[in-house]
Ligand binder design. Structure first.
Ligand code: XLS
Ligand code: NI
Ligand code: NI
Length: 440
């Protein structure tokens, strides 16, 4: 019998349908079920976030570890990393999740020197490669942890010290190679410390120029090594920094455009980061998608009463439905996926809780996919939206959009015509319509 880290989950989680009473079963996620010609797993591309699910100890700012994970007990750091990876792949297999995501320092321990850290990463990449091959599990994205080490307390790409910025760049080089080696389909940049705490010591313009240089170097190296994955930036307004430069989708798109980087990047939108920015999840998805830049999603949720990144599993069917409507409308996420950047609560101390958590998130996105597909097929919302803007399709509206008229022409036109007729935006009716699909 091979060693098991999840003895209470004896078999892969089965699909049992909406009426199932077994908490270790899927009610809606039926991997191979076709939805609009594509399987559920191809639509949803679920991914496990290594850092939360395997590495979290349950500690918070008021208390230490609350989880006792058997895979984190070996004394030697590399043995510990390998056992953690064994546990990871056992969990992926039992959940039937085909992708995972990691930071370099999640899968491999930090060494005493930069060179040692690189060797550790290589060791663990070789180990991951074997496990990926044996199981068919793939890497959705890799990234470099440029926020935990003490030297990054004042930023990585934006650090005022060139030696530290150079170290961050070297770390990204290595993480890119690791991601390529493992067939990663994307690479993420999340700038947790790329921002500032106080303007008394900060030159914002310079820091943003440094960040742009940093990203240009990464783009160049990506080409050089022939890494074909998609580069993604993950916006977040604050935490750990008081103010982060990539604060939301709009700010990030503007930053990319003004530094000639836009063509090389898409966005990885995280639900809880959206709410921290004072937006809804669907707002951020819609802004990214409207720009043709919605690349991937960190699927989680925040707590509306708490002002920090609680990274809870997504269980709100309204939120997942509004998200899936946007994702389906743009024909999916391409090389991206739905990465559960989410952690079980500190009090959920049993490893089996990791299964309940992922099952819940997977089911709510699967149900949202089914609902959204019906809404789209029925054209219930798109038909209304289409009609709402129809006055721009002909007459004066068409002339405005074609650039054929100016303010003078419009004044003349308005003077010749009767007052405009108001039309209802029908928000309440549409909310009822959405509910009728969700509760059906
Ligand atoms: C933290 C971020 C982080 C990124 C990857 O808030 O969500 O987990 O997804 O560095
Ligand atoms: Ni994230
Ligand atoms: Ni986050």
């Amino acid at each position: 019998m091979p060693k098991t880290y999840f003895p209470k989950v004896q078999k892969p989680i089965p699909f049992e349908g909406a009426e199932s009473k077994d908490p270790l079963s899927f009610r809606f996620y039926n991997k191979h079920q076709l939805v609009g010609g594509k399987t559920m797993s191809d639509h949803l591309r679920f991914s496990v976030a290594y850092w939360h699910t395997l590495m979290s100890s349950g500690s918070d700012i008021f208390g230490g570890a609350s989880f006792q994970r058997e895979w984190r007990t070996a004394a030697n750091p590399i043995d510990r990393a390998k056992e953690t990876m064994d546990a990871a792949f056992e969990l992926f297999g039992k959940l039937g999740i085909e992708y995972y995501c990691f930071h370099d320092r999640d899968i491999a321990p930090e060494g005493d020197t930069f060179a040692q850290s690189c060797r550790n990463l290589e060791t663990m990449v070789a180990y991951a490669k074997q496990l990926q091959k044996a199981t068919g599990v793939k890497l959705l994205w890799g990234t470099a942890n440029l926020f935990s080490h003490a030297m990054y307390s004042q930023g990585a790409g934006t650090n005022p010290n060139a030696h530290i910025m150079a170290t961050a760049a070297a770390q990204v080089k290595h993480a890119l190679e690791a991601t390529k080696e493992l067939g990663g389909e994307n690479y993420v940049f999340w700038g947790g410390r790329e921002g500032y705490e106080s303007l008394l010591n900060t030159d914002i313009k310079r820091e943003q120029e440094q960040m742009a240089r940093f990203l240009h170097m990464a783009v160049d190296y990506k080409k050089k090594i022939g890494f074909h994955g998609q580069f993604l930036i993950e916006p977040k307004p604050a935490e750990p920094m008081k103010h982060q430069y990539d604060s939301d989708a709009a700010a990030t798109l503007y930053f990319l455009q003004s530094h000639d980087l836009l063509e090389h990047f898409k966005l990885n939108i995280e639900a809880n980061h959206a709410t921290l920015a004072g937006h809804t999840f669907e707002h951020e998805l819609a802004v990214a998608s409207a720009a043709g830049k919605l690349g991937s999603v960190d699927a989680n949720r925040g707590d509306m009463l708490l002002g920090w990144d609680t990274d809870q599993f997504p269980t709100d069917i309204y939120s997942t439905t509004l998200a899936m409507l946007i994702i389906l409308k743009q024909n999916g996420l391409g090389s991206g996926g739905l990465n559960f950047d989410a952690k079980v609560r500190r009090s959920s101390v049993d490893p089996t809780d990791l299964f309940y958590a992922h099952i819940g998130g997977m089911d709510m996105f699967a149900k949202a996919l089914l609902i959204s597909q019906r809404i789209i097929e029925d054209k219930s919302l798109s038909g209304f939206i289409e009609e709402r803007y129809s006055s721009f399709k002909s007459g004066i509206g068409a002339k405005i959009m074609a650039g054929e008229v100016g303010l003078q022409d419009l004044e003349a036109w308005v003077l010749q015509n009767d007052a405009p007729v108001h039309q209802s935006a029908r928000q309440e009716m549409l909310e009822n319509l959405l509910n009728s699909y969700i509760v059906a």
